[in-house]
Design a protein around this ligand. Structure first.
Ligand code: DP6
Length: 323
């Protein structure tokens, strides 16, 4: 019986991953850039034991069956294949943030699981191989393995599709003010969303433009140029949502408060507050600013009807094994 625990932070993508060139291996259609979120985390314990007759998953204290367990069990099968270790596992995982709301719980979940499960199975993977493994569980999880500001190079095979850090967390004191407008589980998850991305006539055009988005975003982060960062982050987000809305079936993740926040952010920026938004596959809005403005932005967000709560986070570190 070997038991290990790991933690990982979710991440917010500034340049978005949407669509796969290989759905099974999660080789993405395009590269992406993100920041880990220090205040939010998943903690996952993995125990392999020869007496277990099947894999088990306990999430926030509740046993999980069905599709959720199957996804984790398929992933554990991959860990067993890589490590040559044949035992079943019990996985116990906890998040300190709501799931299924566009805050990517799958990212921190599979990053923490990759580290805990590989270590518990007796193998030591370097950051690149851990990122590749995490990618097979959830694409964005590849980006929660390294720390700080992270780039996932799309690559074109399992070997060269992985994420690495482009700047440590202390490089830029950005704050993500996450405006929660709904805590309900989203209707269409990203697994299904990625699978239909190509049905949008806009997806091919978006993919063609991403390399230039990556360059602008990477440079803006390196130079701590907030104006340039804001422009490319909002544009890339809007492009992804345009693809989502024009897919078949059409995916509309926004709720009325989502749009109200987007418009408010524009007016705040016009009035001199350096702030921008980005939105994942859900209605909640990540409002990004430098941390000197976070309390002001939080107070402004709380005044918008429909905003249930605001969570603040700065840049977070890598996935780690804990005692
Ligand atoms: C909109 O990584 O959640 O958040 O690989 O199917 O688990 P799976 O998808 P996932 O997709 C994330 C989509 C996104 C954009 C992003 O984080 O880059």
């Amino acid at each position: 019986m070997t038991e290990l625990t790991a933690t990982a932070h979710p991440n917010i993508a500034y340049i978005k991953y949407w669509g796969n060139r290989d759905q099974e291996l999660r080789i993405p259609a395009n590269g992406s850039i993100s920041m880990n979120l220090a205040a939010l985390f998943t903690r996952t314990q993995v125990i392999f034991d020869e007496s277990f007759e099947a894999d088990q998953l306990i999430l926030n204290g509740e046993p999980v069956t069905g599709a959720g367990l199957q996804r984790v069990s398929d992933f554990l099968a991959l860990v067993r294949q890589i490590s040559g270790m044949g035992e079943f596992a019990r996985v116990e995982s906890e998040n300190n943030f709501p799931m299924g709301t566009g805050i990517a719980s799958s990212a921190s979940a599979f990053a923490a699981l990759s580290l805990a499960a590989s270590a518990a199975a007796g193998i030591t993977l370097d950051e690149k191989d851990l990122s590749r493994l995490a990618r097979c569980g959830s694409g964005s999880a590849s980006r929660s393995v390294p720390g700080g500001f992270v780039e996932w190079q799309a690559g074109d095979s399992d070997a060269n599709s992985y994420a690495y850090s482009i700047a440590p967390p202390e490089h830029w004191e950005l704050a993500d003010c996450v405006a929660i407008v709904s805590q309900e589980h989203k209707a269409t998850g990203s697994v299904e969303g990625h699978a239909i991305a190509d049905t949008s006539p806009l997806q091919a055009m978006r993919i063609e433009q991403v390399p230039s988005h990556m360059k602008s975003c990477r440079e803006a982060i390196i130079q701590r140029d907030f104006a340039a960062f804001a422009e490319i982050t909002e544009h890339d987000c809007n492009m992804m949502h345009a693809v989502m809305m024009t897919s078949n079936p059409s995916l509309i993740y926004w709720q009325p408060p989502t749009l109200a926040i987007m418009q408010a952010v524009h007016s705040w920026r016009k009035n001199g507050i350096p702030v921008c938004y980005t939105i994942d596959a859900g209605p909640n809005v990540h409002v990004i600013c430098e941390n000197s403005h976070q309390e002001q932005v939080k107070a402004l967000l709380k005044d918008i009807p429909g905003v249930l709560k605001v969570m603040l986070s700065g840049p977070g570190g890598p996935a780690l094994l804990i005692e």
